[in-house]
Design a protein around this ligand. Structure first.
Ligand code: NAD
Length: 502
């Protein structure tokens, strides 16, 4: 068991426009869901705290000391933040594991990914060109990109430091000030990130971390006239509400929302590779992942051979403490969330689902105080059952048979979500055909949940709009401005005789 006793947690002060201040909003209690102990009780940001952060951000963003930096000079801050994250990786991992219950191996990987994201956008900033456009008249035409001003980032609790970085890094690279509102269940790791950003020397006021109630501080950030863009990751119903508010002030938003991703196993798939990939795809992160492969379609010809093997392997997964290196499935983020997952399983049973494994909290002393739930596999319901249509956001997999390509494409697409999908087959042309026919923003072929910062990510349908990551990710936080510069130096002929008479 990893000994984390020497790691102190952030003291709970908020980072309000570069100043560490006690929040004046509602109380937030961060718990360690593996044993129910309290990490920290803090006060979230009130509207007044948010207003102060916004005023400081306006001043900092307009300051020539920031506005006047060349891209390669701005990039230095991103590299320094990346270095700071890497130097503190163990500390960040422990704080995030305490906040969310995730295994240390996962939180270390998330911190590493956040460092990589800052480094990548530093490099994008240094290597992005502006456009000299093809001349079609008597003017030199060019198009340049400028910061939007103030950007709000609103993030969920499931992968805080990585999802924070995916918004903060491109937005800062683009020259904006950023106000981050993390979820109330995971405020501490984002506050730790603020400490690292401060130590990296980013000018005061350009970055704020404002945990607090969505209805209070979240609403302020969306509605405030000085916020020029909101980048949101979270649930579909919250995202839809934000989009309506944003429409009122004609503000662009990017929305990374929920999913109910199909994983498809064809009869020619490599069985062991597929079982490992399916389990990783849905049960890693204890299923609390927007891209979790939660609907599993298995070709009918191998269904009776494949499913029992998958169930047997799932029962052998190690459920345990997040600090135990052997743990594959750790506790869930919160007791309330564990109970909501359990209710979904109860509902599925009422819909006629058969529980092939799991379906309850694990038994034993090591689990009794934590928010644990066993990896669960359900079968015996159709694709129209609620358990197949709604996002559970927990370690719950539903298995369904299919007959052929046309059948599985129709069943996969018969869902409101369109975030990701996984295809398991040795037949590449088939994977290509099916992948092109499925309405999801990402398709994995013989792999799952692999990520690269250089590859754009986002959803179709109710899974969101806009893309993050990739070189174009930075441009989403910029305003494009085009110039026409006259090359003739003579009066416009339209003025004609009128000009001579004057
Ligand atoms: P959530 O929608 O409840 O909350 C997300 C964030 O929005 C939190 O910071 C929350 O405080 C804030 N918020 C809530 N109400 C608000 C309001 N009225 N105005 C402004 N902000 C408000 O989601 P959650 O439970 O924290 O996270 C789980 C959800 O996130 C799942 O649906 C999951 O699929 C989704 N998610 C999506 C992606 C993706 O990239 N597509 C990644 C991770 C998680």
């Amino acid at each position: 068991m990893y000994d984390a006793s020497n790691i102190t947690l952030p003291d709970g002060k908020l980072f309000v426009g570069g100043e560490w201040e006690t929040g004046t909003g509602a109380e937030i209690t961060s718990i360690f869901p593996a044993d129910g102990s309290v990490n920290r009780v803090l006060h979230g940001a009130s509207r007044a705290d948010g207003e102060r952060a916004i005023a400081r951000a306006i001043a900092a963003q307009a300051d020539p000391a920031w506005r006047g930096l060349k891209p390669h000079e701005r990039a230095r801050f991103l590299y320094a933040i990346a270095d700071g994250i890497e130097a503190n990786i163990d500390r960040i991992a422990v704080i995030q594991s305490r906040d969310t219950g995730k295994t240390l191996s996962e939180t270390r990987a998330l911190a590493g990914s956040a460092a990589g994201t800052f480094r990548y956008f530093g490099a994008v900033l240094e290597t992005s060109d502006e456009d000299l456009t093809v001349q079609r008249g008597n003017a030199l035409t060019l198009s340049v990109f400028e910061p939007l001003g103030l950007v709000a980032a609103i993030t969920p609790w499931n992968s805080p430091i990585a999802s924070d970085a995916q918004k903060i890094a491109p937005a800062l690279a683009a020259g904006n000030a950023v106000l981050l509102k993390p979820a109330s269940w995971s405020p501490l790791v984002s506050l730790e990130l603020a400490r690292i950003v401060e130590e990296a020397g980013l000018p005061k006021g350009l970055f704020s971390v404002l945990p607090g109630a969505g209805r209070e501080i979240g609403n302020l950030l969306v509605e405030h006239p000085d916020i020029a863009r909101v980048s949101f990751t979270g649930g579909t119903s919250t995202g839809r509400m934000l989009a309506r508010q944003a429409a009122e002030k004609l503000m662009p938003v990017s929305l990374e929302l929920g999913g109910k991703s199909p994983t498809i196993v064809f009869e020619d798939a490599d069985i062991n590779q597929t079982i490992a990939g399916v389990m990783f795809g849905v049960f890693s992160s204890t299923g609390q992942s927007c891209i979790a492969g939660a609907r599993l379609f298995v070709q009918r010809s191998i269904y009776d051979e494949f499913v029992p093997k998958l169930v047997a392997a799932t029962k052998r997964l190690k459920v345990g403490h997040p600090f135990d290196p052997a743990t594959q499935v750790a506790s869930m983020v919160h007791f309330e969330h564990r109970d909501s997952v359990a209710q979904y399983v109860t509902m599925a049973r009422a819909e006629g689902a058969e529980v092939l494994c799991g379906g309850e909290a694990p038994d034993g002393d090591e689990y009794k105080n934590g928010a644990y739930y066993l990896p669960t596999i359900l079968a015996g319901v159709g694709n129209d059952a609620r358990i197949c249509r709604e996002e559970v956001f927990g370690p719950v997999l539903v298995v369904l048979p299919f007959d052929d390509e046309a059948d599985v494409i129709a069943q996969s697409n018969d869902n409101d979500y369109g975030l990701a999908s996984g295809l398991w087959t040795r037949d590449f042309p088939k994977a290509w055909r099916v992948g092109r026919a499925i309405s999801t923003g990402t398709v994995w072929v013989n792999t799952y949940k692999q990520f690269s910062i250089s590859t754009p990510f986002g959803g179709e349908k109710d899974s969101g709009m806009g893309r993050e990551k990739g070189r174009e990710g930075m441009r989403a936080y910029m305003a494009q401005k085009s110039f026409y510069v006259d090359l003739i130096g003579a009066p416009h002929p339209w003025a004609g005789a009128a000009l001579e008479a004057s």
